[in-house]
Design a protein around this ligand. Structure first.
Ligand code: ADP
Ligand code: MG
Length: 319
């Protein structure tokens, strides 16, 4: 089982940023309004994610670490229409198989918090307010081959921050902070969607982009698309979300790209943040271990919808 977990971990946990992504997913699923990420050595030495969510009852702490233990899916039909970020019950078990993990949690009813050390299984009283802290130390300490593939601390830190940024763009109603080596490196306070875009991507992005807001059949697309002049040499400001989940999807990217066909030349990259809302039964999010890829039931329609939505935004900016 340890081995199976480690193999699963290879798919879910590639680097510290994967840990950050999974732990922030869990914090958001728990209804957090404030998420704090604390990193040491780019996250290689330590990733700690603290939230003010619902917490985990002491007697359920060991369950949270078990493979295929999820409190979020009760049936197969439910798997077809998941609203939470997590649902496989794989992340914590996978992470615990390749790092030193501790859970610290307190529910509203509990008199105090409890701490579970994953390795020893020891459960002890602890202090904190309502919510959960997950501590992940020494990633890949027991799989040196993987540890060797990690990049410099600066690069891993940048990936960790990017992981939080992806969440932050989609959840303006939640405050996020990222600390590295005891220093606050990013902070986004909860506010309006417009304010969050400005805080995360900068004033320039807002000034040089147009509102996207279109409903095409069952597909709704909102967000912002950069004007052609704002195009960049690197594809670094391209964010797509499907039902609130950050995705990397060739179909969506191509749909956007085709809207820029006649106005962008060479290898220049459009900038955009797009939120695609689609009835859950029309999209399968269960195709990739990290849930970063999706499959649409009617991909042509989605492609056209995206193209149309971005087209309309760009046309409005020319008029
Ligand atoms: P999944 O998110 O797919 O359910 P995980 O392995 O990520 O699986 O988490 C396992 C379980 O642990 C969750 O279903 C949830 O019940 C609990 N859990 C994990 N993190 C938190 C958290 N930050 N707050 C509350 N519960 C949590
Ligand atoms: Mg999860």
């Amino acid at each position: 089982d340890e081995l199976i977990s480690q193999i699963a971990a290879g798919e879910v946990v590639e680097r510290p940023a994967s840990v950050v992504r999974e732990l922030v997913d869990n914090a958001l699923d728990a209804g957090a309004t404030e998420v704090t990420v604390k990193l040491l050595a780019g996250g290689i030495r330590s990733v700690v994610v603290e939230d003010d969510g619902c917490g985990i009852p002491a007697d359920e702490l060991p369950m949270a670490l078990r493979r295929h233990a999820t409190s979020k899916i009760a049936s197969l039909p439910e798997l077809e229409s998941v609203a939470t970020m997590g649902f496989r019950g794989e992340a914590l078990a996978a992470i615990a198989s390749v790092a030193e993990v501790a859970l610290l949690s307190r529910t509203a009813e509990a008199a105090h918090a409890w701490r579970l050390d994953a390795r020893s299984g020891e459960l002890s009283p602890a202090a904190r307010g309502r919510g959960t802290s997950v501590e992940v130390r020494e990633l890949f300490f027991n799989t040196p081959a993987r540890r060797k593939f990690l990049k410099t601390e600066a690069t891993e830190l940048a990936h960790c921050i990017e992981a939080v940024r992806r969440h932050a763009l989609a959840r303006p109603d939640v405050s996020f902070a990222v600390w590295h080596e005891g220093k606050l490196v990013e902070q986004w306070r909860r506010g309006t969607p417009e304010q969050r875009l400005k805080d995360v991507l900068g004033e320039d992005f807002i000034a040089q982009s147009r509102t996207v807001d279109a409903q095409v059949g069952p597909v709704r697309i909102t967000g912002r698309a950069g004007v052609p002049d704002a195009a960049r040499a690197r594809a670094d400001q391209q964010y797509c979300y499907v039902n609130g989940r950050y995705v990397r999807d060739k179909l969506l990217a191509h749909g956007v790209r085709s809207a820029y066909e006649d106005v962008l030349h060479g290898s220049r990259q459009p900038t955009y943040v797009l939120f695609v809302e689609i009835p859950p039964e029309r999209v399968d999010v269960n195709v990739h271990p990290t849930k970063i890829e999706v499959r649409f039931r009617e991909s042509r329609e989605v492609h056209q919808a995206v193209r149309h939505a971005v087209d309309a935004a760009l046309a409005a900016s020319r008029a």
